[in-house]
Design a protein around this ligand. Structure first.
Ligand SMILES: NC(=O)c1ccc[n+]([C@@H]2O[C@H](COP(=O)([O-])OP(=O)(O)OC[C@H]3O[C@@H](n4cnc5c(N)ncnc54)[C@H](OP(=O)(O)O)[C@@H]3O)[C@@H](O)[C@H]2O)c1
Length: 333
């Protein structure tokens, strides 16, 4: 029996500009019944990541290209509705890269069963790419030691808020940079950051100096551009600069000029390194367990921003670029 499903297809490559409404097209598609070893899945939640814009642009070479007419790539939590000898049984909940589609036929490759003591959506947030990115970027690249000062940009976002809390668990001082007084208040009162800097109020460089008087040992950058430059102005000797993301440049045509303060890396014997979290995929099960343990013992809090309705998927993605999201951006179908 065939199933008719709604799908959001890629309809434009937003290179050098923000995402537009007509970069997506909503269609009805007939799915075949699952073949031998396949399953029919029903999507319950979608997860959103700024990297999806890079995938739409087709410029990221660490993932397969996205072509016009492809189902929009993204993470999801799905229920197995029917299994024709597939990897999972009917009724199981699974997560992975399932795309913007209400139903799909899948062979289970790359999908993981939802098994957690937390709410099921945690597999897309604190136990998903978000938490894993925070953990791997901080500990494997930033290598903080107790007593270090860790400075995080995009600090109130899904990834950034986890980074600051992991830094605190590691015995560091955590200072965050975020947009607006409400997010900054949340960082200090709820997420346990020692201090927060509102970049929208200006004077970022001066505030970094004030809140990090001995210099910054680990920079965890989600933003790039002038904020990265201001952070580089105040690094300590042997600083580690972790480049996780560069959301400030995702909507502009031109890449920003190189950070003029980069030469502090020489004066302070610092290092700067980027990373792709997928490089540690083999360690994800163990890292998920650690993150789950931190949540259960009360040392790690996480926030999820759950919007509603499959038809709102494009608008929900846009919330990441306007800063409207409060924590991990999800959508419930
Ligand atoms: N390297 C990897 O393997 C990897 C993996 C996953 C994610 N990432 C990166 O991690 C970063 C965080 O992702 P996330 O999913 O946790 O998103 P997020 O931080 O929850 O959401 C994005 C936030 O970015 C801020 N922002 C948007 N435009 C900005 C601008 N022009 N200047 C400064 N800040 C801006 C907004 O917060 P404000 O209101 O504070 O501006 C917004 O809430 C992204 O850069 C993403 O690409 C990297």
């Amino acid at each position: 029996m065939t199933t008719t499903t709604r799908q959001w297809l890629l309809n434009g490559h937003p290179r050098g500009r923000g995402i537009a409404e007509d970069d997506f097209k909503l269609v009805d598609t007939e799915l075949p019944s699952p073949g031998e070893g396949e399953m029919l899945l029903k999507t319950h939640y979608l997860g959103f990541d700024p990297a999806q814009k890079g995938w739409m642009e087709n410029i990221a070479d660490y993932v397969a290209p996205m072509n016009i007419g492809d189902v929009m790539r993204g993470s999801g939590i799905c229920e197995v509705v029917e299994s024709n000898g597939g990897k999972f049984a009917a009724g199981d909940m699974v997560f992975g890269t399932t795309g913007w589609t209400e139903h799909l036929v899948h062979n289970g490759e790359g999908l993981t069963k939802v098994e957690t003591s937390l709410s099921p959506t945690a597999v897309l947030s604190v136990l998903g790419t978000t938490g894993l990115t925070a953990y791997c970027g901080l500990f494997k690249v930033g290598k903080p030691v107790a007593g270090d000062t860790v400075l995080v940009s995009g600090a109130a976002g899904a990834t950034g808020s986890v980074v600051g809390q992991l830094a605190k668990i590691a015995g560091c001082r955590a200072v965050g940079i975020a947009g607006g007084p409400k997010k900054c208040e949340w960082l200090v009162k709820e997420a346990g950051y020692d201090a927060a800097i509102d970049y929208k109020a200006g004077g970022v460089k001066e505030q970094i100096k004030e809140h990090c008087p001995r210099g910054v040992d680990v920079i965890y950058d989600n933003v790039g551009g002038s904020i990265l430059n201001d952070m580089l102005a105040n690094i300590a000797t042997n600083a580690r600069v972790v480049i996780c993301g560069g959301i400030s440049r995702y909507e502009t045509g031109q890449l920003p000029a190189g950070p003029e303060n980069y030469f502090n890396l020489v004066f302070r014997r610092g290092t700067m390194a980027g990373f792709i979290v997928l490089d540690w995929a083999g360690e994800f099960p163990g890292i998920r367990k650690r993150l789950e343990g931190f949540v259960n013992d009360g040392s790690l809090k996480y926030q999820e921003d759950i919007q509603q309705g499959f038809e709102n998927a494009p608008d929900t993605l846009q919330r990441l670029f306007s800063g409207k999201n409060r924590g991990k951006q999800l959508l419930k179908l």
